[in-house]
Design a protein around this ligand. Structure first.
Ligand code: FE2
Length: 221
């Protein structure tokens, strides 16, 4: 087919059909439309059996075979999704403070909050992917995060820089305390991988909390 002329003009139905027929001749149908139908017409029974067997194999491959029962995996995924909700809320709160902080230490705090929300962004990703590694779904909507988070948000409030730091510190410490409980729960489920993962996460939060505390101890804000 030659170059499409008159691109500014709307194409009629006939012109669209002709263009598609030229691009995908009937003898070589595109896989995204006719390929499956053509394949099933040739060998309907065999194709059906093959598809069913493949699906069954795929299903068993989708379940992690990692010496943890489905019940154990589900128990840990539940813990991880609650944690994910808290982490996402704290990420958002830290980002909010990065935008809205004011005062003589604006520049320092603006950058400091950015460092912390960047680290929290990585934490959020790691927690969600840990849930997926265990065969579960990760929460991925703001509705789920706000429904399940145990930390609180304070819309329409723009606290002082010092209060912002205190709020973040309290949230990090709350997560650390919760992580100690979650660690024991993961151990009860015999999930040592998650146990190790949560221990590393706890150390990250303890370090971020220390940095926030150091700002307050100097009473410079
Ligand atoms: Fe920014």
């Amino acid at each position: 087919m030659g170059a499409i002329s008159g691109r500014d003009q709307p194409m009629s139905e006939e012109m669209i059909d002709a263009t598609l027929a030229d691009s995908f001749p009937a003898s070589d149908p595109p896989s995204w439309t006719l390929g499956r139908d053509t394949f099933q017409e040739k060998e309907p029974a065999a194709a059906t059996i093959k598809t069913s067997k493949t699906n069954s194999q795929e299903r068993s491959m989708m379940k992690p075979n990692i010496a943890l029962s489905q019940e154990q995996c589900e128990g840990v995924v539940k813990i991880l999704n609650l944690l994910l909700s808290d982490e996402y809320l704290l990420y958002t709160k830290t980002r909010n403070y990065h935008w809205n902080v004011t005062g003589p230490q604006f520049n320092d705090l603006h950058k400091f909050f950015e460092e912390q929300y960047t680290e929290l962004n990585e934490v959020v990703d790691a927690v969600a992917e840990r849930a997926r590694s265990l065969g579960g779904w990760a929460f991925g909507t703001l509705k789920e995060f706000s429904q399940h988070a145990r930390l609180s948000e304070h819309p329409d409030q723009y606290p002082s820089a010092r209060q912002m730091i205190a709020n973040l510190l309290a949230d990090h410490e709350t997560i650390v305390r919760q992580l100690r409980i979650d660690l024991e729960a993961a151990e009860k489920h015999h999930d040592m991988g998650t146990n190790d993962f949560l221990t590393g996460l706890m150390e990250k939060h303890e370090k971020m909390a220390w940095m926030l505390r150091a700002f307050l101890q100097g009473e410079s804000v």
